[in-house]
Design a protein around this ligand. Structure first.
Ligand code: ZN
Length: 272
């Protein structure tokens, strides 16, 4: 089975496309007839989708300053693996997304916690809102700590200049659901997918897809990245409407991490 590769800059040492094995142990869910309002009733394992009190995504507003752990993300170039599947066969079942698995496990360090990057995937339109404002798309970088805790970095995408960092992914967007493509020599500079300014919003939330597990550290970048209208149209052609609606805060607060240590005493906060 051939795979269309549009960039002559990319050398594909191995191209593998295959139909995934259907996992019947995971109940079907989607964003339509079996959409977000029904997820919690589809399976006992999905109950948190309906009963959870710290769910994601949220409308980011009423942000408070707080001394949160410094963020350091060092993502090098990595082999590219793209999966476009209704139920991706990994622990997160991200579902209905274009997902890029990340086998090399580069790390995200948040304060004293170190997480390995597992995969990143896309939502169109965005799941998080900034003070009520939706964005055309959002990318989630999913990380896991050695003890199993998850941290997700969310990057909002707005329409603007073309973004060359996303080109290697965009040139290989799988047009068909259920196809996994392995492109050994396609290199993506993951760090360049993030905004230059790593200032972020932090809150405690959940996976935005079943089983909606809580205890997820959310890091939403304050600065969006841009994609051109053409790049956004290419994404929408393969992915549209996979955004869970915003969830109630239930007393949670969003914190911002761009407070300088020297400003903390003025804010009544003891420096670390
Ligand atoms: Zn996601």
């Amino acid at each position: 089975m051939s795979w269309p590769v549009r960039s002559s800059l990319l050398t594909l040492a191995a191209v593998l496309a295959c139909a995934p094995s259907e996992d019947h142990s995971v109940p079907h869910w989607d964003y339509a007839d079996l959409g977000p309002g029904k997820w919690g009733a589809l399976d006992p394992d999905f109950a948190t989708c309906a009963t959870g009190a710290a769910q994601s995504p949220i409308d980011v507003r009423d942000v408070v300053a707080a001394p949160v752990g410094a963020l350091r993300a060092d993502f090098g170039p990595a082999e590219l693996r793209i999966v476009h599947n209704e139920h991706v066969a990994d622990i997160l079942n991200t579902g209905h997304s274009v997902q890029v698995n990340y086998p090399d496990g580069d790390t995200l360090v948040v304060g004293n916690d170190r997480y390995a990057l597992l995969q990143y995937h896309f939502h169109s339109p965005s799941e998080h809102l900034l003070e009520g404002r939706p964005f055309p798309a959002e990318v989630h970088f999913v990380h896991r700590a050695p003890d199993g805790r998850l941290a997700v970095v969310g990057v909002l995408i707005e329409e603007g200049a073309a973004n060359p960092a996303y080109a290697p992914v965009w040139e290989n967007l799988p047009p068909t659901k259920g196809v996994e493509v392995h492109l050994e020599d396609v290199m993506v500079d993951v760090d360049a997918l993030l905004p230059v300014d790593h200032a972020s919003y932090r809150y405690a939330g959940s996976l935005t897809t079943p089983p909606c597990s809580e205890g997820v550290t959310w890091i939403v970048m304050r600065t969006p990245v841009t994609l051109s209208s053409t790049q956004l149209a290419q994404l929408r052609a393969v992915l549209s409407g996979n955004n869970r609606p915003i969830q109630p805060m239930n007393g949670r607060r969003v914190m911002r991490d761009d407070i300088a240590e020297t400003d903390l005493p003025a804010l009544g906060i003891a420096p670390r």
